[in-house]
Design a binder for this molecule. Sequence first.
Ligand SMILES: Nc1nc2c(c(=O)[nH]1)N[C@H]1C(S)=C(S)[C@@H](COP(=O)(O)OP(=O)(O)OC[C@H]3O[C@@H](n4cnc5c(=O)[nH]c(N)nc54)[C@H](O)[C@@H]3O)O[C@H]1N2
Ligand SMILES: Nc1nc2c(c(=O)[nH]1)N[C@H]1C(S)=C(S)[C@@H](COP(=O)(O)OP(=O)(O)OC[C@H]3O[C@@H](n4cnc5c(=O)[nH]c(N)nc54)[C@H](O)[C@@H]3O)O[C@H]1N2
Ligand SMILES: [Mo]
Length: 759
Amino acid sequence: MAEKDIPGIRTYDAPAGGWGALRATARAVREQMDAGDATVTLLRTNKPEGFDCPGCAWPDKKHTSTFQFCENGAKAVTWEATNKRVPPTFFAANKIGELWHWSDYELEDEGRLTHPMVYNADKDIYESIPWDDAFARIGEILRGLGDPDSVEFYTSGRASNEAAFLYQIFAREFGTNNFPDCSNMCHEATSVGLPPAIGIGKGTVSLEDFDHCELIIAMGHNPGTNHPRMMGTLHEVARRGAPIIVFNPLKERALERFADPQSPVEMATLGSTPIATTYLQVKIGGDAAALKGIMKALLEMDAAAGPGSTVLDHAFIREHTNGFAALAQDVGSATWADIERTSGLTEADLRAVAEAYAKSNATIITYGMGMTQHRTGTQNVQQVANLLLLRGNFGKPGAGICPLRGHSNVQGDRTVGITEKPTAALLDGIEKTFGFRPPATHGHDAVAAMQAIAEGRSRALISLGGNLAVAMPDPEACFAAVRGLELQVHIATKLNRSHLLTSKHTFLLPCLGRTERDMQAGGPQAVTVEDSMSMVHASRGKLTPASEALRSEPAIVAGMASATLPDSKVPWMELITDYDRIRAAIESVFPDFRDYNERIRVPGGFRLPIPPTQRVWKTASGKAEFLLFRGLEEDLVHTDPGVLKLTTVRSHDQYNTTIYGFDDRYRGVFGRRDVVFMNKDDLAELGIEEGDAIRVETAFGTGKERRLDNVIAVAYAIARGSVATYYPEGNCLVPLDYHDKVSGTPSYKSVPVRVVRAA
Ligand SMILES: Nc1nc2c(c(=O)[nH]1)N[C@H]1C(S)=C(S)[C@@H](COP(=O)(O)OP(=O)(O)OC[C@H]3O[C@@H](n4cnc5c(=O)[nH]c(N)nc54)[C@H](O)[C@@H]3O)O[C@H]1N2
Ligand SMILES: Nc1nc2c(c(=O)[nH]1)N[C@H]1C(S)=C(S)[C@@H](COP(=O)(O)OP(=O)(O)OC[C@H]3O[C@@H](n4cnc5c(=O)[nH]c(N)nc54)[C@H](O)[C@@H]3O)O[C@H]1N2
Ligand SMILES: [Mo]
């Protein structure tokens, strides 16, 4: 698309996948590891006796197939299994104030943390500290705070079920339900939006359903980058001729054309397979309107077909749902003019989707952050459920809802108790198992936690992984907030910016990664994780740990807990000698994990119950509910023509706040991240040329000027009125309280902005 010669911006004509992906994998491996180690490591990824890929939460074919090649999985694995190290001498030589000026890429590229460290404010450096001293001091400080609700227990979704379970038991015995979680920034709209609709806040499809579906509608996700193993599945579906309809404001190459690196023919012939049969460039934030348009068309088709119509599944609607009449009334009252204006799509486009949908006897709707990270995230998800319910697309082969989860165990962490709003069953289960009554008062999610920290109500932050202050909106506010804390504890594999936001007492505790051997008193241990499709399976690291001083996440949590809670009812040290004991406790608290230890020993593991697959609805009414969204988009509508909608996305070379490199190959960006993707007509209207230095400003009153400077405009195939830039650079444009009021998910994907040429 580049018409002008701009450094690092060129057209990428090739399909996604293919030889480009193989080359990029080889480079990732070379930069981080010896080739020999790397081969062994990569071959063990996602195999029954190996470890679960830390890259994404897409499931594996029975965990047994041949090596599933995936470029970004290889990056995630080599980034963790790197030969590079960050020993105490590194910290002695580099003051925190100096490290602050390093880029996020440079910080993590230093390698793996090797020793527990504590911040020395006088010298502005981290110094090594023996594990037991670190635990003792953390315990003393926590006990000294007085109020348990002034402590925030953050979880990032890499933590295993075993680590996350112990962690929430620790926090609850300490006395709080403050569980900010990366899921709050991610699929909370799913966790909160789906239970009232279908009775469970998770996806309902299994991998086998993709073999039987007759249509896929893919909304707001970019699998070529973020769920690359899903590309193999989409490739198969496309090759057997089932239509795939994509809703995405940006043209994403992998959703257009993909060459499967597992296919010798495509690799040899430089061939590729078209993925999307229809690609609809919906406006940012226009999905609810588009979904209502499809439903409106569908209802009209049904009425036109007269009695006995099979456009809707009337028997299913009658037997299994509530609220159909109200939905029909609401959808009917939306006008095509409003739907077209809000979605940026035409009535004809949406009618064509309705026709394809009416023809399909088994439809899967897949969706990602493009749907959830909006002020209407919960409503977006509920409209997806409505559309599926209209044709009974639950509880039959090849049909269902498929949220694409983020971190490889983000779903499992929630299942084993990381939630700020515990149910009575959870509290009872913990009391029965451990003999203490946990607090019932609701705690903080991520936004509420950061607000409490900013206001001084919370005094300590424990982070089980992640890079919270960088991942959240409004870095200026978050950085200042966490620096004012009394205590921070970071359990991490690699150095990141959150670790440099030191406060009075700051500890950096290095842990084992997924790829590494976890040796406890009872022998080598496996952990378990739950993928996007509720399959729970074991993951066993095989590599020699990056340092002898590393401890496992469960061991670190147990160490902190026993030092903090001298009268604890939980046998912390016993539990970690053999993780079967932790799993037995999980089973005791959560009955769905019956025979946990036996069932994870079966290759591939087991599936947790998903009642909608049996057409069982665990809602208050016992039926699936059509839930209304009275409107088409968020309430904050900007009619000013100069206001555009900004979305923040991941590049191909990053894992959330981890920056592996500076290319975004499929979007034609090489060696830079300072870009804003814009529609060429919007550029023309604003008198901006491609390559011009621009500034992006948040276009609504937040009491504070928010701007992204030092970026350039890049012409891209993106919907009119929509612009995109990278996360986390764009986070400065998002106010902390700019979120979905129902789920608390920050609206990272629809920020009203103005774009001006830089002075
Ligand atoms: N390699 C790699 N893998 C990852 C991650 C990573 O950073 N790197 N992150 C992991 C995590 S935690 C997560 S949550 C997932 C994220 O996976 P995705 O959900 O794919 O994440 P994003 O990059 O945020 O991309 C969102 C997609 O939505 C589109 N989009 C933006 N706004 C809208 C909108 O208003 N409507 C619609 N329909 N589409 C829109 C964007 O163009 C983009 O294609 O991936 C996980 N896997
Ligand atoms: N603007 C904008 N902001 C966003 C998003 C967006 O799309 N746009 N997406 C949001 C989403 S979906 C998410 S999930 C959050 C991500 O938020 P987080 O989960 O907090 O962030 P990550 O970047 O995944 O965390 C990376 C760090 O995790 C640590 N780590 C890696 N592996 C391990 C391990 O095995 N154990 C431990 N203990 N630590 C480990 C490393 O130190 C690494 O630096 O960001 C959110 N922020
Ligand atoms: Mo995520």
